[in-house]
Design a protein around this ligand. Sequence first.
Ligand SMILES: O=C(CO)[C@@H](O)[C@H](O)COP(=O)(O)O
Length: 167
Amino acid sequence: MEFQKAGCDLYCFHYEAAITSTAAENPEDHTETKTSPKEMIQYIHKSGMLAGIAIKPETSVDVLWEILESPKKEEIPDMVLVMTVHPGFGGQKFMASELPKVKALREKYPDLNIEVDGGLGGGTIDQAADAGANVIVAGSAVFGAKDPAGVIKVLRESVEKRRQSSL
Ligand SMILES: O=C(CO)[C@@H](O)[C@H](O)COP(=O)(O)O
């Protein structure tokens, strides 16, 4: 896969997306066959990368259990991304309504990488970290800050504090 050749070590895709493996190999091929999430994860692993699977706010966390419980190790994602905004652009308001998904995932999978993306910053990180998120995407909070490194430190410390208290 081109991303791996370019140096990516993790590829995260949307559960909802219609991605064809042929199109992934050949961007000129617009065949409209859907590849199942498990096939996609397997394909990413075969390409030498870790695999992440993202869900939008409209998607129930329940769609993930069967994937996370796959008997085939190569079909199990290394990371789940719970979107905390509607995907599309930065600067949106954090949706705390998505945190029960994070909590449910963390309760079942203590070691899973759980990412959150959207509206994360100093004012929202503690809620996300307390729910169990340990991978944080932050756009405007970091790039709009006078002290981006300071904001990243706050995000890291919140996640680390939660991790320590769960040990
Ligand atoms: O791409 C997306 C949403 O589609 C996100 O990655 C946002 O860009 C995050 O930005 P902030 O919400 O942190 O500003």
